[in-house]
Design a protein around this ligand. Structure first.
Ligand code: COA
Length: 335
């Protein structure tokens, strides 16, 4: 554990991502569900998603993304592993210790963060706070989810939307004025609306159910859509104000990849140029906590995100939860 002198600002120093190999495109879905490639593309912007194979799990994806983020940062060890996930391998214990062990870091602090699709931004905030508080000098923050294992395979309302994946960053202690330094955070929740995105059974409230549908994710799509646009825009404005910035200072907006129309609607509410919106949802679907680091990695690989860009990150998810942060993109090579 670091000494008091090691306290600093959390700086992103590595980035990695991983997708399961099986790809399911809209045409394949429309053979077994009452839907079409045209409907899914038009209403969501999604053309395909990656799906775990039987037995392949969130920990498997998290380990691959984590390994790549460590390699990208040029380190083989950190003080702490944070795993943002709402789909851990088991209900108990959390999955982060297994990820740390499989990454060759058995013994380091390891903790799951469950803020569903906002999980990566919440875990970044947690890691940044632990670095600035002197608890850790380096943190591996992984966002990994396998929501295709939690949805009803017959439900055309959710199946087209979700995909599986993982993305990760390494945070190290640095100074607030260097590229990669995480700016202020804005975090919120509204538990009164929890049932808009909800799995009824399986937890302590209802361990068993004779109704198999109660173990699947249910979603009130239109209400979620409205909240996602409004809350991400509000939170983005709040974090920019806290950072002393305005919308015109933003080069890239990396929002949670839930629906291309949500990203575009949020950008419009903010007054952001359309080409500032980073979107990889077409080939990943909604990967929940993995979506922001996956989008960052894809954009950086494509040269659409370059060192010096001011990047606004904003997420929204079940809970409800939402939050944002802002940073200047550092010089790194995603792995
Ligand atoms: N294929 C074909 N038709 C479908 C369909 C599908 N997969 N799903 C719904 N429809 C139909 C509906 O039955 C409805 O038909 P009707 O007009 O005859 O009644 C019509 O399409 C419109 O349905 P609606 O629910 O209004 O669609 P929508 O434009 O709101 O899009 C979502 C649905 C789910 C794509 C959209 O609401 C959404 O993205 N919500 C947010 C979801 C989200 O982000 N969740 C995760 C948050 S982290």
């Amino acid at each position: 554990m670091p000494t008091q002198e090691a306290r600093g600002t959390a700086v992103i120093s590595g980035l990695g991502s991983w997708l399961p190999s099986r790809v399911v495109d809209n045409h394949e879905l429309s053979q077994r569900l009452d839907t079409s490639d045209e409907w899914i593309r038009t209403r969501t912007g999604i053309a395909q998603r990656h799906v775990v194979a039987p037995g392949e799990s969130t920990v498997d994806l998290a380990v691959e993304a984590g390994k790549r983020a460590l390699a990208s940062a040029g380190v083989d060890r950190v003080d702490l592993v944070l795993l943002a996930t709402a789909t851990p391998d088991q209900l108990c214990p959390g999955s982060a210790p297994q990820v740390a062990a499989r990454l060759g870091m058995n013994g380091v602090g390891a903790l799951d963060v469950n803020a569903v699709c906002s999980g990566f931004v919440y875990a970044l905030a947690t890691g940044a706070g632990l670095i600035s508080g002197g608890v850790a000098s380096s943190v591996l923050v992984i966002g990994a989810d396998t929501f295709t294992t939690m949805i009803d395979p017959e439900d055309r309302g959710t199946v087209p939307i979700f995909g599986d994946g993982a993305g990760a960053v390494v945070l190290r202690s640095g100074s607030a004025d260097e590229p990669g330094a995480l700016g202020p955070f804005d975090l919120h929740s509204d538990g009164e609306l929890a049932e808009l995105l909800w799995i009824t059974a399986g937890g302590s409230k209802k361990r068993q159910s004779d109704d198999p549908s109660e173990f699947f994710l249910t979603m009130q799509g239109q209400a979620v859509f409205r909240h996602a646009c409004a809350r991400m825009a509000e939170s983005s404005r709040a974090v920019l104000e806290r950072a002393g910035l305005t919308v015109s200072d933003v080069d890239r907006f990396v929002g949670h990849q839930a629906n291309i129309r949500i990203l575009q609607g949020c950008a419009k509410q903010l007054g952001l140029a359309a080409d500032a919106v980073v979107a990889n949802i077409e080939h990943t679907g909604n990967t929940s906590a993995a979506s922001i680091p996956l989008a960052l990695a894809d954009a950086a690989r494509a040269g659409d995100l370059i060192p010096g860009h001011r990047v606004l990150l904003s997420a929204f998810g079940a809970g409800l939860t939402w939050g944002s942060t802002v940073l200047t993109w550092p010089n790194l090579t995603p792995a």
